[in-house]
Design a protein around this ligand. Structure first.
Ligand SMILES: Nc1ncnc2c1ncn2[C@@H]1O[C@H](COP(=O)(O)OP(=O)(O)O)[C@@H](O)[C@H]1O
Ligand SMILES: [Mg+2]
Length: 228
């Protein structure tokens, strides 16, 4: 899947003030690549991800997936498109505390009427190193384990695109490494992976690096890095 953002911009207007969260920008994201977008808090990263993933409409510009303009779809079509093609790893904790790890994992699929066979659940839990926690509840999991569960939940639908919003926020070095290696591996298998972060270790795993500063997105060219 080739994602193309053309002249997208986002201005939040409120009575008292208006904020330009994303300055007009264009960018392309490809299958098989891990793109990392660095930026400080408040620089517009979440807004950008939300636009690229179709969660919020830009004030200007368009977002196309393999040439298809996602904002020309009506709400129902867009939800269906998102469910079928996009995995979103939101910032922070996103598991439901009353459900087990396995139930949390299969919930998004269940919501769109898809039953995930148990062997697929087990395989995914193994991929993210949560095999022994299948029947545990979120409050029994560490921060790193919760984040890996969120990643597994995004991956299990085999989306063609994954968005991750600060996926290693609050994680220790070891879990940070595990998470980025997982995202890198996912990209290598053909998914377009786009992660925003302020964790500079992500650069070691990225194929393409952007920087976001006060709403301005800039591609970083020619940065030397060891590719994992
Ligand atoms: N729903 C909203 N309404 C008004 N302003 C917003 C909204 N969401 C974000 N902003 C503002 O847009 C700017 C960028 O925010 P955000 O995209 O969350 O940045 P980041 O993810 O890099 O921290 C900030 O100034 C923030 O206050
Ligand atoms: Mg954010």
């Amino acid at each position: 899947m080739n994602i193309s953002a053309e002249n997208i911009g986002k201005k939040y207007s409120k009575k008292s003030r208006s904020v330009t969260a994303v300055q007009t920008t264009s960018a392309e994201f490809e299958s098989g690549k891990l793109t990392v977008i660095f930026g400080r808090s408040g620089s517009g990263k979440t807004t950008l991800l939300n636009i690229l993933s179709g969660l919020i409409k830009p004030t200007s510009g368009s977002v196309t997936y393999d040439g298809k303009d996602i904002f020309s779809l009506d709400d129902r079509e867009l939800s269906k498109f998102r469910a079928g093609n996009i995995g979103y790893i939101p910032q922070g904790q996103s598991s439901l505390s009353a459900l087990t790890v396995a139930e949390n994992l299969t919930l998004p699929a269940a919501l769109v009427g898809r039953d995930i066979p148990d062997d697929e659940v087990e395989k995914m839990l193994k991929t993210v190193g949560l095999t022994d926690l299948k029947n545990a509840y979120p409050n029994e999991l560490s921060g790193g384990e919760l984040r890996r569960l969120a990643i597994a939940r995004a991956l299990i639908n085999k989306p063609s695109v994954i968005f991750a919003d600060e996926p290693t926020n609050d994680l220790d070095d070891e879990n940070t490494r595990i998470v980025f290696e997982l995202l890198k591996k996912t990209a290598k298998q053909g998914t377009a992976v786009i992660a925003v972060t302020h964790d500079t270790t992500a650069a070691d795993h990225a194929d393409t690096i952007y920087r976001m500063d006060a709403g301005v997105l800039t591609k970083q060219e020619g940065i030397k890095r060891e590719i994992a």
